[in-house]
Design a protein around this ligand. Structure first.
Ligand code: NDP
Ligand code: HEM
Length: 505
């Protein structure tokens, strides 16, 4: 018995046995605590530093491990090794999240859901960092910090603020498509298992012959889409703010492993030239009728993390983590994202975050000349050379890993998207052709319930955007808010600038 006890003795952070963990060391029974209670000091100072910065967006989330299996030969489109043959399996770690709320916020909030998957491939880690919506609110990264501020708390009241939220969106007409999806019942998925994941952006795939293709990823839930109504979501937020986190954990515990079928839309560069929508505009989808999806693989989550902080909180996903065969498109948002994630990870987790076990490229060990830095806790490259080029057998670059050259041209200038398609065609199609009567009624009810918290001039401006997508849509929102429908119609006929002027404070 003594033997067993000894192997499980509590120690300090330095492995020294602890004799008493209930009573601080004091001068006399009631006397002041002594400086020399090093166990107490160590315990408190570690506790004092337990919190790391939460993610500036997507702070609340849940994660799980699993695998991805290829089910279709896609080698003519990409040379990515993990996609090279049917039946090939790659270990993954996935994290789902809400976007705007803090780490303790409710899982049932109306918000896009993050859908991030790290593939531990033999060519290093490939990160898919998408959302459950196929489009986004904005298409220029300069707008991202402002947009996110409007989804957070008011600078004075520290409360969520409907004026901030709708003021920005109503002055940003390209957001109408994403706003329509967000305020449909898809804005409150029943669980993380019951939603799809989309790349939203266009990415590039290139093959062994250097040919390239534009692609969009669609992870379709095998559990079926299920959503909460506004009333159900409000009740869930109040009674069980962690419902989706718990649902994912419990499903995996009982062996009911969630899975998603990966379907791709694939377009040649020639098709993109002629295409009626700009493929670098993230506020647009590629209609299925133009580019049907092709099923290529299956994602299965079958392992719960042993420790939430170690794996889920410290997980760091980045759209910059691409493997040979996969590249980015000129989408301005995506170009900015390849900077922002690595930058925030260094802030959130430190410069050696890539070596934390969940982030470590476990199937292609890191073999670089990066050295030192805070929390370098592995062998730091040992006695090997720490510079390149060298003549001591250090790792050398492999030209096969290069992306084929691609053309760029044009004047350096700041320009808006100019492709001749407007921002209201696709939300209009969604409202008219995809939604049924019940979905339209829920959409209008969800918008009216939220937009009624904003001042009237902002309501008018936003209703005009819905009117531009579809007159029935705009009219129903206006009526629900008690607005003058004729005034909304007039605002809808104005330019963006005129509408802003006509609804200034
Ligand atoms: P389709 O009729 O071929 O596809 C419509 C798709 O809409 C469905 O496949 C489903 O996507 C999705 N959908 C259904 N209900 C909702 C909802 N409440 N909110 C958002 N999406 C929903 O038409 P198109 O491809 O021509 O697209 C028409 C519109 O559908 C688009 O303007 C876009 O708003 C929306 N959509 C299109 C997608 C695409 O990639 N083409 C993807 C998702 C939405 P899924 O099968 O992915 O569940
Ligand atoms: C998280 C920036 C657009 C999906 C984050 C984080 C930042 C960020 C700083 C926190 C990362 C971390 O702390 O680990 C940006 C910027 C964008 C942008 C600057 C636009 C310019 C998008 C878009 C999508 C997306 C369009 C989806 C298509 C995600 C996801 C996460 C995330 C899923 C959470 C990843 C995780 O689970 O850890 N983003 N983002 N973001 N972003 Fe974005």
């Amino acid at each position: 018995m003594n033997e067993k006890k000894k192997t499980n003795t509590m120690t300090t952070g330095f492995g020294i046995p602890v004799g008493d963990d209930q009573n601080s060391l004091t001068a006399g029974e009631r006397g002041p605590v002594l400086m020399q209670d090093v166990h107490l000091l160590d315990k408190l100072s570690h506790f004092d530093r337990e919190r790391i910065p939460e993610r500036v967006v997507h702070a609340k989330g849940a994660g799980a491990g699993g695998y991805f299996e290829v089910t279709e030969d896609v080698s003519k489109y990409t040379k990515a090794a993990f996609l090279s043959e049917v039946g090939k399996k790659t270990e993954v770690f996935a994290r789902f999240s809400t976007v705007g709320g803090e780490k303790g916020s409710a899982d049932a909030a109306r918000d896009p859901r993050g859908f991030a998957v790290k593939f531990y491939t033999e060519e290093g880690n490939y990160d898919f960092v998408g959302n459950n919506t196929p489009v986004f609110f904005i298409r220029d990264p300069l707008k991202f910090p402002d947009f996110i501020h409007t989804q957070k708390r008011h600078p004075a009241t520290n409360c969520k603020d409907a004026d901030m939220f709708w003021d920005f969106l109503s002055l940003t007409p390209e957001s109408t498509h994403q706003v329509t999806i967000l305020f449909s019942d898809r804005g409150t998925p029943a669980t993380y298992r019951n939603m799809n994941g989309y790349s939203s952006h266009t990415y590039k795939w290139y093959n062994e012959d250097g040919e390239y293709f534009w692609v969009q990823y669609h992870f379709k839930t095998d559990q079926g889409i299920e959503n909460l109504t506004r009333e159900e979501a409000e009740k869930m937020s109040a009674t069980d703010p962690d419902h989706a986190t718990r649902d994912l954990y419990e499903a995996i515990e009982r062996g009911d492993y969630p899975s998603w079928t990966l379907e791709m839309q694939i377009m040649t560069p020639e098709e993109a030239e002629e295409y009626r929508f700009d493929i670098t505009d993230i506020t647009k989808v590629w209609p299925h009728g133009d580019f049907p999806t092709i099923k290529i693989g299956k994602l299965v989550l079958n392992r719960n993390p042993d420790n939430y902080f170690a794996e889920v909180e410290q997980a760091a996903f980045s759209p910059a983590n691409l493997v040979p065969g996969i590249g980015i498109s000129p989408d301005k948002m995506l170009q900015a994202r390849v900077f922002s994630y690595h930058d925030t990870h260094i802030h959130r987790l430190g410069p050696n975050y890539n070596l934390i076990p969940v982030n470590r490229p476990k199937n292609s060990p890191e073999n670089s000349y990066q050295r030192d830095g805070f929390m370098r806790v592995d062998g730091n490259g040992g006695s090997g050379p720490n510079y390149w080029p060298n003549s001591f057998n250090g790792p050398s670059p492999d030209p096969d890993a290069l992306e084929p050259p691609f053309e760029v041209s044009g004047l350096a200038q700041r320009t808006p998207y100019t492709h001749p398609n407007d921002d209201f065609v696709q939300p209009g199609n969604l409202y008219r052709d995809v939604m049924d009567d019940e979905a339209r009624t829920h959409l209008v009810g969800n918008i009216v319930s939220h937009l009624s918290g904003a001042v009237k001039r902002i309501q008018l401006r936003q209703a005009a955007l819905f009117f531009k997508a579809d007159p029935d849509y705009g009219t129903r929102v206006a009526e629900g808010l008690g607005l003058d429908v004729q005034k909304v119609k007039e605002l809808a006929e104005m330019t963006k600038e005129e509408r802003a002027k006509a609804t200034e404070e």
